[in-house]
Write a protein that binds this ligand. Structure first.
Ligand code: DX5
Ligand code: ZN
Length: 228
């Protein structure tokens, strides 16, 4: 059973972005890059030129989480730039099926994120067009928020669907993931974990990643969905 840890550079020192990526790279499966546009979410981070610069300098694959309006227009460009995974918010996409196809055509895995208040049921027919579902476990926009455990039922519902349809999709959680919460997320069905403050706001970010991976692995092997 594969699982992935994707440190979010939102909690890194923006003055030394490449160094901060390299600081976690040997232990990270992916690097999670949060694109915020001060429109879809109240915060503003970076855009395509910064992502392009990172892709040229960092060998760990980039997992772009686009918290931007008009995703249909902007998301494929991140795939064209070389991001290996591009996730758009379904609330910001007018034709999610077409957008997922465009992202894949541009060479990336296509992910679809849903906010805590968005119902999964309304989008279940999209699963077979995607490579990853991202269930937000905080309101998107800021790092360091508390994990919303009421989203775990949604994670489990998504895992059930993936199992029932026999799909090869990753199930990501993002927001408030730490050594205290990762086991619950893994037990519920997540296999891909974003962690910002729990990695970067520690003395030893690489050890923090390894610890998260160990906890998630154990929880998965004891879970209803990961047991063999
Ligand atoms: C929040 C972002 C997250 C953020 C998570 O909108 O999507 O990726 O970096 O930060 P933590 O892990 O600190 O909750
Ligand atoms: Zn994110």
């Amino acid at each position: 059973m594969g699982l992935r840890i994707s440190p979010s550079i939102l909690s890194a020192d923006f003055g030394h972005l490449v160094d901060e990526c390299e600081r976690v790279a040997p232990n990270a499966d992916w690097l999670h890059v949060d694109i915020m546009d001060n429109h879809f979410v109240p915060n503003l981070t970076f855009g395509l030129p910064v992502v392009e610069a990172l892709i040229g300098k960092v060998s760990t694959p980039i997992d772009c989480h686009l918290m931007i309006s008009d995703a249909d227009r902007w998301a494929p460009g991140y795939a064209e730039a070389g991001a290996k995974s591009v996730t758009f918010h379904v609330e910001a996409a007018s034709n999610p099926k077409q957008l997922a196809a465009d992202i894949r055509k541009a060479g990336a895995r296509a992910g679809m994120a849903i906010k805590p208040g968005t119902k999964l049921e309304d989008y279940e027919d999209l699963f077979s067009h995607l490579d990853m579902i991202l269930i937000m476990t905080v309101e998107p926009g800021f790092g360091g928020q508390s994990f919303m455990s009421d989203q775990l039922a949604k994670v489990t519902r998504a895992r059930e669907l993936i199992k029932n349809l026999d799909l090869d999709i990753w199930l990501q959680v993002d927001g408030g993931i730490s050594a205290k919460t990762i086991e619950a997320a893994a037990e519920a069905g997540a296999d891909t974990f974003v962690a910002g403050s729990a990695v970067y706001n520690t003395e030893d970010p690489r050890a923090a990643i390894d610890n998260l991976r160990t906890l998630a692995k154990q929880a998965t092997s004891n879970s209803w969905w990961g047991k063999h």
